[in-house]
Design a binder for this molecule. Structure first.
Ligand SMILES: NC(=O)c1ccc[n+]([C@@H]2O[C@H](COP(=O)([O-])OP(=O)(O)OC[C@H]3O[C@@H](n4cnc5c(N)ncnc54)[C@H](OP(=O)(O)O)[C@@H]3O)[C@@H](O)[C@H]2O)c1
Length: 243
């Protein structure tokens, strides 16, 4: 299943995993909408890399904590790059907090960015994907969804909820050439989201090191290329969770 000529939207493309995923999609021949919230300079650098790979790039800004942002983001991408064939709903909040310190506001903010926004983005692009008989939706979950993790209860809960979303949506569009999956990384280097000191965190991983954005992107590309993998949550975790 070729990604050449497809249009992809990568949210959180200014971050470590999204940047690498954007570059890899461009190398595969997809036009890429490079989304960011605050890190514009990083997004511009990723867009340059996309163009250097010979693909079209569009830099798009949105705070996905805002309920209206998903629709506005898709409107802009459709207007400037065309219908979205590949949605990598990857942006996420990962503020560490003890469960005792997570109040309603912190919980709601995490829920809005990590769960509601991926749903609203998917809800918006799936009808068009199904109508065109091709589509790929990939959520970035976390191994914390399966283990509970070390970031916080709100983080683990929103990531687990992405799995239910994956299974529900996947079943409804499976006959339309559209796959819906999630990847669940463990601790990944070269990101801003590491909840601690890298060497200490690496001790928790059976393979003895952090993962890399390239290893996450490798798995993502394999899933995005495959029309027979759907409704799956696939971990890339150095052996942390034994399934
Ligand atoms: N790093 C890890 O160890 C790890 C492990 C498991 C899962 N993950 C997941 O991987 C995904 C990518 O994160 P990363 O590891 O690449 O971390 P990162 O480098 O911190 O990137 C996070 C990205 O999310 C964006 N973002 C944060 N809040 C946002 C909001 N309110 N609206 C829109 N965008 C927002 C950031 O945009 P700006 O910087 O432009 O504001 C940035 O592009 C996340 O969903 C994360 O939960 C990461």
């Amino acid at each position: 299943m070729d990604l050449a000529g497809r249009t992809a939207l990568v949210t959180g493309a200014s971050g470590g995993i999204g940047a690498e995923l954007s570059r890899r999609l461009a190398e595969a021949g997809a036009a890429v909408a490079v989304h960011h919230r605050d890190s514009e300079a990083d997004a511009l650098a990723v867009a340059e890399a996309v163009r250097a790979a010979g693909a079209r790039a569009l830099v798009v800004q949105a705070d996905l904590g805002e309920a209206a942002a998903a629709d506005a983001l898709i409107d802009r991408v459709e207007r400037e790059l065309g219908p979205v064939d590949v949605l990598a709903a990857n942006a996420g909040l990962g503020q560490s907090a003890r469960w005792q310190d997570v109040d309603a506001e912190a919980f709601d903010r995490m829920y809005a960015v990590n769960l509601r926004a991926p749903f609203l983005l998917a809800r918006r692009v799936l009808p068009s994907m199904a109508g065109r008989g091709y589509g790929r939706v990939l959520f970035t979950s976390s191994i914390a969804a399966l283990t509970g993790g070390i970031v916080g209860p709100h983080y683990a809960a929103t990531k687990s909820a992405l799995h239910g979303l994956t299974h529900h949506l996947a079943a409804r569009v499976a006959r339309d050439g559209v796959t819906v999956n999630a990847i669940a990384p463990a601790l990944i280097a070269e990101t801003r989201m590491l909840p601690g000191e890298p060497a200490e965190l690496a001790e928790r991983i059976p393979v003895g090191r952090l993962g890399t954005p390239a290893e996450v992107a490798d798995l993502a590309l394999a899933i995005l290329r495959n029309g027979y993998v759907t409704s799956k949550v696939i971990a890339v975790d150095g052996g942390l969770y034994p399934v």
